[in-house]
Design a protein around this ligand. Structure first.
Ligand SMILES: [Fe+2]
Length: 418
């Protein structure tokens, strides 16, 4: 594992075999602030360190806006996320609101916003996506002060422009949207909702009966969103996030860090928005048997979002509530707990409860974290969820990787895919 210091944007310190990729266009474009044009080679030549948030932070991300899932049957999937995961339905758009080709259900819990969409006819792009990939994440949308500026900055550095900046409005105000492409068929929509009072977007109707968002199961915020990409493609997407959105590499896990007896993977964690946004990117590595990443790529039909991690401040209560509602988690063998207490040291939680719920624990220099992973959320062995509680640790549960991947392999073997 190689870790980069938090908060520092280190220029010109690229390591490994990744080659600096020139932005595909706009290399000499002027910044809108009238500053000097962006040239990656200049930054490399200076070899200096810069603090994020200084004027050259060309992509000021404010946080996660929403995750949109494209699914086969949004009405039933939304019910699953409401009943099993404890989300509150807050808005809807579909034929009843004048949308002809799709239906979308917006659900919230804490700061997490999910949009669950399905197509209404076979020729819908949403229906085609769901047919090709199964239910999955289509869009990881990010909140920005200006969608036009975020789009312009990203595209001039080589990002794929998918939806040009535009405003949508109704009597509650207006929202500015634009979108760029990323791995697979996925998008990052930039959302500027600073001038909007409505519950989600113009065109959606509120479904909040008495205006109250329910308590839920204690899920508070999105922590990170992980992408799986093909063998040999991880560094290309690492560079894409570096160059088009100014992300930096936070941690790098090699195939030796993440290996079991049977399979291996490599992962780099990209971070932006001053640490608010974290995108680990995985690729498969050579192993004796089929890696979980290869299984994902086979069934999803290409790259896509592997898991979404959601934070809680009380993982024991959250996992108890999720189990009560029928969510099934990956199992952890009792042997894991034989040395876990010694490895992780003192924690505020009760080890008996941690062991009973099969929660994993890990510690690093900054503190500790508790985490657990659900089984996949649909029949295809693709998207799943993580529940995480952080106590200082900025890591991803490195000490749990072996136990986790052995648990995933037991599931793969049950599916006949190991
Ligand atoms: Fe994770």
């Amino acid at each position: 594992m190689r870790r980069r210091g938090p908060g520092l944007r280190v220029c010109g310190s690229r390591e490994g075999n990744g080659t600096q990729r020139e932005p595909e266009s706009g290399k000499n474009g002027e910044s809108s602030h009238g500053g000097t044009p962006y040239r990656p080679d200049d930054a490399a030549a200076r070899g200096s360190s810069k603090i994020e948030g200084m004027p050259d932070d060309f992509m000021p991300l404010e946080g996660w806006d929403h995750l949109e899932l494209w699914v086969g049957n949004a009405k039933q999937a939304a019910y699953f996320y409401e009943q099993a995961f404890g989300f509150t339905p807050v808005a809807y758009a579909g034929p009843e609101t004048g949308v002809r080709d799709r239906a979308s259900y917006v659900l919230e819990q804490g700061e997490i916003r999910l949009v669950i969409t399905s197509g209404l006819r076979a020729d819908s792009e949403v229906a085609r996506f769901a047919y090709a990939h199964g239910d999955g994440v289509k869009d990881v949308a990010l909140r920005v002060p200006s969608a036009q500026e975020a789009y312009r900055q990203a595209v001039q550095r080589g990002a794929v422009g998918v939806v040009e900046p535009h405003w949508v409005e109704d009597e509650l105000g207006r929202v500015e949207l634009a979108a760029i492409g990323t791995y697979g068929e996925n998008l990052h929509t930039f959302v500027n909702r600073s001038a909007y009072e409505g519950v989600y977007l113009p065109g959606y109707v509120s479904t909040l009966g008495n205006g109250a968002v329910r308590e839920g199961v204690g899920l508070r915020a999105v922590d990170h969103v992980v992408g799986n990409v093909e063998l040999g493609r991880m560094n290309r997407w690492v560079e894409y996030y570096e160059q088009t959105m100014g992300f930096t590499e936070m941690i790098h896990f090699s195939d030796e860090d993440i290996a079991t007896e049977y399979s291996a993977l490599m992962s780099k964690v990209m971070t932006g928005g001053k640490g608010k946004i974290k995108f680990p990117i995985n690729e498969p590595a050579e192993g004796r048997r089929k890696s979980q990443i290869e299984e994902y790529l086979d069934y999803f039909g290409g790259p896509g979002v592997q898991h979404v991690a959601m934070q809680t401040e009380d993982i024991i209560a959250t996992v108890d509530a999720l189990r009560e509602r029928g969510i099934r988690f990956l199992d952890t063998p009792d042997t894991y707990y034989e040395d876990a207490e010694q490895r992780v040291g003192e924690i505020s939680e009760d080890w008996a409860a941690i062991r009973r719920l099969k929660i994993l624990a890990d510690r690093d220099d900054d503190g500790y974290l508790l985490q657990i992973f659900t089984k996949t959320a649909q029949d295809r062995p693709t998207l799943f969820f993580e529940v995480i509680e952080r106590h200082g640790s900025l890591g991803f549960g490195h000490g749990n990787f072996k136990a986790l991947f052995e648990a995933i392999e037991r599931e793969q073997a049950l599916r006949g895919n190991l």
